[in-house]
Design a protein around this ligand. Sequence first.
Ligand code: NAD
Length: 515
Amino acid sequence: MTATDDRATDLAMRARRALSNCGTDVESTSSGSAHVPMLVSHSPIDGSILMNVPAVTAAQVDDLVSRAHEAFLSWRQVPAPLRGQIIKAFGRRLEEHKEDLADLVQLEVGKIRSEALGEVQEMIDICDFAVGLSRQLEGRTMPSERPGHRLMETWHPRGVVGVISAFNFPVAVWAWNTAIALVCGDTVVWKPSERTPLTALACSTLLEAVLAEHSAPVGTHVLALADRDAGPALVDHPLAAVISATGSERMGAEVAPRVAARFGHCILELGGNNAAIVAPSADLDLAVRGIVFAAAGTAGQRCTSLRRVIAHSSIIDDLLRRLADVYARLRVGNPLDDGVLVGPLIDQGSFDRMQAAIAEAVTAGGTVIVGGERVDVEGCPDAAYVRPALVRMPVQADIVRRETFAPILYVMAYETLDEAVALQNGVPQGLSSSIFTLDQREAEVFMSSAGSDCGIVNVNIGTSGAEIGGAFGGEKTTGGGRESGSDSWRGYMRRATNTINYSHDLPLAQGVSFE
Ligand code: NAD
């Protein structure tokens, strides 16, 4: 056995141990049968196989949604604060398994330890948020124009929420949806990314154990491990009242019309193409730190990753010099090793798309300042490690206007704030944006309705790393959905307007008479 084989075995063992710690019966899960389709979980760390797990077919997805709908009929009658108590217990269970879950996030996605732990913490945080929310699913009361009448709104669960999640946040986005949907009284069918089935299995096992301990109906949460081909069965199911789908713009363009055709309700969290404006007054030390974390962190594989810097012509050379210096020193490598800041891309296809994008940018007049090349990592010849690329562009060419899900940062110059805002908004996507400035007038313009058109608009921080307390999501081809905090819960509930007559008469609204 070579050292590489040893390491691969070690990764697989680690994954099995973490899964088992979370309560999954690893032996029976991985054994499968000749008649069951299997999903293969690869680790981007070295390209090795972690484990095979059984997948469901499109026909089985149909049954799973029916089972979740059956559970919904009683789950919706459990008082919301009691549903909240179950989510509270789930949050504590996640805390107990934080290290195991972080192991799986690292092994399946290649995140560095701190980011993997941060992703699990985000699940814990949203559970805490959902517990408080379970006592605050409030409706309004409005004055009625009719004497002896009361006019008010009440909110009710919609039914089954189909959660489709992407590989790069394999658990946090599921938790945003699931913790909120469950306290709202919905039940959940989760189709995770086919690339992260183990992380999904672990989370699902933990949640389903807590639900069972609290006698929640069987089917309150259902995992549908499946290839992307089975996705449409969930999307088209008439009992899936809400489809909350996170992924590429391509996926959203397929999902949205199908859900609309059956008058279902969609929450879409799709690709971003996020920019930071760096103004002449910016604190450049702060800007460099914010930019590098947002652009190179998670190897550029966040929906909120910074992909464009729009820098004032008076400071662009200084900024580029500083960024190039940091980029050249960024430690790229095995995310399990201490001190590494940039782990692998998810696969070779992602590396190829990055190379193609850089070539197209150069053809469009761009200059690669630093990065873009493959980085050899000992013991990982089959993995895709790359140095994040910094590319100066003379114009916002087509390639800059598309999301390439890899660490490429395009840097462009501007002269006036109007021009910078037009560049920032001049892409199809509308997820996250930021401005680095010490000029309050500029910051206010950027946050005003004449400024950034994105769902997330920051000042003096980068585009990534949102907190769960705010609503998360973006406009235009990012899909318009909102998840996580603030009043995003309304997307998981339907509104009823109630008029109650406590008088002895029957006055009609608008003074209409029908005697
Ligand atoms: P992807 O679109 O390839 O897959 C996402 C999920 O959709 C997977 O579970 C996949 O199986 C499923 N899917 C694909 N086609 C489908 C179809 N026709 N019907 C039903 N399901 C289908 O995305 P990915 O490569 O896993 O993730 C990266 C993308 O996700 C990037 O574009 C990134 O910006 C985006 N993303 C967005 C957010 C956000 O909150 N806006 C968060 C994370 C990732």
